[in-house]
Design a protein around this ligand. Structure first.
Ligand SMILES: [Zn+2]
Length: 477
């Protein structure tokens, strides 16, 4: 069964024109006899090794085989980097082989990790409310808690902590199955130091191309990706970099290219503003009775007073990114990059925007190949509930869970295969299992949820590890 799975996935991934630079194949991870990682191989090769009985299937997701007759030597491995683009909801990851002499990257594996930060936050809020009710209601006497706890250094709220832990745990997983020599991390959206003095380093900066991307990224982030004048009222999707004090005004002083003078405006507003000085435009707007012009006037006045929106909204994201950096630094050498550079690479190599391909575009590189391939979708699910009491909406006990999570060696979230040989449920089912104390389980297959399957028919495919995994095949285009 295991061999046939490898075969079918390899067939699905084989593209008609393998020679082209964009087409790639998601590689199979390989371990040596002693469990040390070797270079990932093509699925066709893995299939042959399995057929010749030279290898065993080590794990299903990400598909890994173990050679039974080979011990790793130093010359066996090349440089492999894990590239990461952390996001609030989804983090993109790419495992690439690095051609050191030409600084080119070939993509071996792509994955997208969906976090459960909002779910964590919601659950914590619920728990706090139940506890509050237990204290305030006339139940057994419980002393109020007071603020006698200090937070350790580097503390993050659980919702952010879960994002950081998700990323580090996956980097560790990749280190176990692949000879990772370095990590490339998109640490910040834009590089504020380089914005202030673009001369510091690099040809790309001096030529101004990369600098332009950094400026744009900074402004979009700063002004919340919407027009500063109309707050998006004009419904114009085109956003442009705008000189607040115009560069060639009809009268008054000339505006500069300095970051202080740049804002984000939609094309409609840009054209309406024309080459007016801000004060002049405010006068024009003051005469109009349109709703949009009232908003514009209000915003122009605020900008004129030097009031700009704060970057508080992005602070949470930055806190996570920094925490991720400090934790990954303990695992391998980390190269930091910016969102501006990611976008610059993406435009240069003409690569579409997805989370995992953004990760592949992170960092300094001269070429990226093999980006058209299947993606491993990882969803953080948690490991079930710690509380053994289920409560209703008002926080009253509704029922109790088992003391132990395992039933006959199975845990909710395991991927199992059940071959039912007789009765109404006859057939083969593969999917996520939900255990019941009675030993009669539910299996969630790709199509349906099958109820009442006895544990005796079930066979473990992979153990629950807090993540749901699936493979998304590359689009046929
Ligand atoms: Zn506008």
């Amino acid at each position: 069964m295991q061999q046939s799975r490898g075969e079918s996935s390899a067939n699905a991934k084989t593209e008609p024109s393998p020679a082209s630079a964009e087409n790639g194949v998601s590689r199979v991870f390989v371990l040596d006899k002693r469990g040390k990682p070797l270079m990932p191989c093509h699925p066709a090769r893995a299939r042959k090794l399995l057929a010749k009985d030279r290898a065993r299937v080590h794990q299903q997701f990400p598909f890994t085989i173990r050679l039974i007759d080979r011990i790793r030597e130093e010359s066996d491995v090349q440089a492999v980097h894990v590239k990461i683009d952390p996001g609030a909801n989804t983090t993109g990851m790419a495992v690439v082989r690095v051609e050191q002499n030409v600084k080119a990257n070939h993509i071996l594996h792509l994955s997208e990790l969906t976090h459960r930060g909002y779910a964590v936050r919601k659950k914590m809020g619920q728990r706090a409310n139940y506890r509050r009710r237990r204290r305030s209601n006339n139940l057994w006497y419980r002393k109020p808690r007071f603020d006698n706890r200090t937070r350790p250094k580097g503390w993050l709220p659980p919702s952010l902590r879960s994002r950081v832990d998700n990323v580090t745990s996956w980097v560790k997983k990749y280190q176990k199955i692949c000879p990772v020599s370095g990590i490339v991390l998109e640490r910040v959206r834009f590089d504020i130091q380089k914005l202030q003095n673009p001369e510091i380093s690099g040809v790309e900066y001096q030529q101004g191309t990369l600098f332009g991307y950094e400026v744009r990224e900074y402004l979009l982030e700063r002004y919340g990706r919407k027009c500063v004048y109309c707050d998006g009222l004009s419904k114009d999707p085109v956003l442009e970099i705008e000189h607040f004090v115009p560069k060639n005004p009809a009268k008054g002083p000339n505006g500069t290219d300095r970051i202080k003078n740049l804002v984000i405006g939609c094309r409609t507003c840009n054209q309406a503003k024309n080459n007016y000085q801000p004060e002049q435009w405010a006068q024009v707007l003051g005469k109009s009775r349109k709703k949009i012009d009232k908003t514009r006037l209000c915003n122009v006045n605020r900008l004129f007073e030097g009031k700009r929106p704060s970057l508080a909204a992005t602070a949470a994201v930055n806190a996570t990114r920094n925490a991720i950096f400090f934790e990954l630094r303990q695992l391998a050498s980390v190269e930091c990059s910016t969102g501006g550079r990611t976008k610059y690479n993406r435009c240069r190599f003409n690569i579409p925007k997805t989370h995992c391909l953004d990760a592949a575009c992170t960092g300094k590189t001269n070429a990226i190949s093999g980006w058209k391939q299947s993606v491993l979708l990882i969803k953080a699910m948690g490991r079930g509930s710690y509380q053994r009491t289920r409560v209703n909406a008002a926080g009253f006990p509704r029922g109790y869970l088992m003391r132990k999570k395992a039933v006959h060696g199975f845990v909710t979230g395991d991927i199992v295969k059940a071959e039912v040989s007789k009765g109404k449920k006859q057939g083969t089912y593969i999917g996520r299992v939900a255990v019941r104390k009675t030993g009669s389980f539910n299996i969630q297959t790709k199509i349906e949820t099958v109820q009442g399957i006895s544990w005796r028919y079930c066979q473990i495919i992979s153990r629950q590890n807090g993540y749901n995994l699936a493979i998304q095949n590359s689009s046929p285009t």
